[in-house]
Design a protein around this ligand. Structure first.
Ligand code: SF4
Length: 341
């Protein structure tokens, strides 16, 4: 039975035992109860120059400020080669809204990555947030911009950069990033182009419970309409070095939110837990309904704000095993619509 926002508000008051039971009921519809999957990935932050000025970001510098960079093609390739040596095969490109880099720059970059690595390495080309910025600057419709990326060899534009999807939250913290209406319009164009996408969420700023639930409701509605969301990943805000500041939420609150998300998003197959922001504690979220996770080897955006990356991948994988899960490597799938028949 589908849970309403009002029922979710009540469930948030329920003891852990009840949340865990309900979350595992939904997890069990999609997955073996004691199996989890994972990927080894690297986020490549190709530029830190950004004009969006989100107050929760410790990563960006403005154009012409000291410390700005754009990675060269060779630097990008070297980072991907290193990922492959680590046994990984997924790259997430993520950078700032750099006004000096037009959409063509990205199409060339992604085409060159596809040409060099073929199907050996999959990549999340952009987040929806960056996609909105680039399409608008190129004065293209979202459908036209999505077609340009797809034709350059892109398979995935992820739902990253979503934080909390309410217009109030955007106005409080990220008024130059995008509107919620634009976000979903762009994501719909990505799905309609044949590429795939994901849903993300970041909790632990100053968002209210109502705002968190509005985010989940919009995500579930989008999935009902499009079926384009492969997974839902939630991570937690890291406050260090940001203008907004604040404190980190507790691991318990994170696990409980994973459980409530698993229950609410009954139409999304994968719920992913964040090793990047929760470290060893992320694996406990498997008991709360998560079924999948990344082992990241780099992400400058969250590392600048206090995230710690552990490169002892075997040591990390031992933790879910001790919790009773078998863990299996999952390759990033090519979307069915883009698979040659
Ligand atoms: S979160 Fe992203 S869009 Fe916002 S300031 Fe940082 S780099 Fe720019």
């Amino acid at each position: 039975m589908r849970v309403s926002v009002e029922e979710a508000l009540e469930l948030w008051q329920a003891p852990d035992k009840e949340l865990i039971r309900r979350a595992n009921e939904v997890r069990g519809r999609f997955h073996d109860p004691k199996r989890a999957t994972y990927m080894v990935m690297r986020i490549i932050n190709y530029t830190n120059v950004c004009v969006a000025q989100c107050d929760y970001c410790a990563f960006y510098v403005l154009p012409n400020q000291q410390g700005g960079y754009v990675l060269s093609r060779d630097e990008v390739f070297a980072k991907i080669d290193e990922l492959v040596e680590f046994g990984g095969d997924l790259v997430g490109f993520n950078g700032g809204f750099n006004p000096r880099l037009p959409l063509d720059y990205y199409c060339d970059l992604f085409a060159s990555v596809r040409e060099r690595y073929g199907e050996q390495v999959e990549f999340y080309a952009l987040t929806i947030a960056e996609f909105v910025f680039l399409a608008d600057r190129a004065r293209l419709t979202y459908a036209e911009a999505a077609a340009r990326l797809r034709d350059a060899g892109v398979h995935w534009v992820t739902g990253g950069g979503s934080e909390i999807l309410t217009e109030d939250f955007r106005a409080r913290h990220a008024k130059w990033k995008y509107t919620v209406a634009d976000y979903f319009e762009a994501q719909r164009a990505v799905v309609e182009s044949g590429m795939r996408t994901t849903a993300t969420m970041v909790i632990g700023f100053d968002e209210t419970l109502d705002e968190r639930l509005e985010h989940l409701q919009r995500t579930r509605d989008f999935q009902d309409e499009t079926g384009g969301l492969f997974s839902f990943l939630c991570w937690t805000y890291k406050p260090y070095g940001t203008a907004f500041g604040g404190r980190e939420i507790s691991p318990q609150e994170y696990w409980r939110w994973i459980a409530l998300s698993r229950i609410f998003l009954d139409n999304v197959k994968h719920v992913r837990t964040s090793v990047l922001t929760q470290n060893e504690g992320a694996f406990r979220a498997l008991d709360y309904g998560a079924d999948d996770f990344d082992l990241p080897i780099e992400d400058e955006v969250t590392q600048k704000a206090g995230a710690r990356i552990d490169l002892d991948l075997d040591g990390l994988l031992a933790i879910p095993r001790r919790l009773g899960y078998t863990v299996e490597y999952r390759r990033a799938e090519r979307p069915a619509a883009l698979t040659p028949s």
